[in-house]
Design a protein around this ligand. Structure first.
Ligand SMILES: [Zn+2]
Length: 216
């Protein structure tokens, strides 16, 4: 397994990426991303992974790849996991993965929501997490903004939630940034080196490639 800082990448990274690519979920070109440079301008990149493009049939094909990676990463504490769906563009994939894991290991599911602008786990969902190790399933790690927000919230309520810990599993980690934050155990199904650039030194800008602007 490759690892850098606190990141552990599946040994099947390459074939996972190829599968996503064959499903049309990997786009190449010139994209403006959510992340911003220090001067507030949005960063540019030439590689964009979009889980929202996946069909249910494709999600079902990805599921066993996730299951086998999770069995590998969490072999010693599968029974203790609870799956928490976060910002998956595809809303059903975390649930589909959890249903398979439920059949094999009885693993439950909780969901996050925003309350007063804060992304967290509340009410009935929080009760489900007691005594569990949270596993957040995320699609792509671009700059980990949403993960940092969620981790800060979970970290501050760790005792209140009664959880034993938490991990994040990304579908694709863009290897341009090995973040010390969020701390904790970070896993990825795959990793690709895909830097993002300030518009002033973006190769695609220089080559006059049409930019697809970020839409929120
Ligand atoms: Zn550009």
């Amino acid at each position: 397994m490759n690892s850098a800082h606190n990141l552990i990448v599946s040994p099947h990274s390459e074939s996972f990426l190829q599968t996503l690519e064959s499903f049309g979920a990997v786009e190449r070109g010139h994209f403006e991303v959510k992340g911003k440079a220090e001067d507030g301008t949005r960063l540019h990149t030439d590689f964009f992974v979009n889980y929202r493009l996946l069909t249910t049939a494709q999600e079902k094909i990805l599921t066993p790849l996730y299951i086998s990676a999770l069995e590998n990463f969490f072999s010693h504490r599968l029974q203790n996991l609870i799956i928490v769906g976060v910002a998956m563009g595809s809303l059903s994939l975390p649930k589909v993965i959890q249903l398979s894991l439920f059949e094999k290991y009885g693993i439950e599911y909780a969901y996050t929501e925003k309350r007063e602008g804060i992304l967290g786990i509340f009410g009935e969902q929080a009760k489900k997490c007691s005594g569990k190790h949270l596993l957040f399933l995320e699609d792509v790690c671009n700059n980990a903004t949403s993960s940092k927000e969620l981790i800060a919230e979970v970290e501050s309520k760790k005792t209140q939630l009664g959880i034993t810990g938490y991990s994040i599993l990304y579908g694709v980690h863009r290897g341009h940034a090995f973040l010390d934050e969020p701390k904790g155990e970070i896993y990825a199904m795959s990793m690709v080196y895909a830097p993002s650039y300030h518009k002033n030194n973006c190769p695609a800008c220089k080559n006059g490639v049409l930019l697809r602007e970020y839409k929120k």
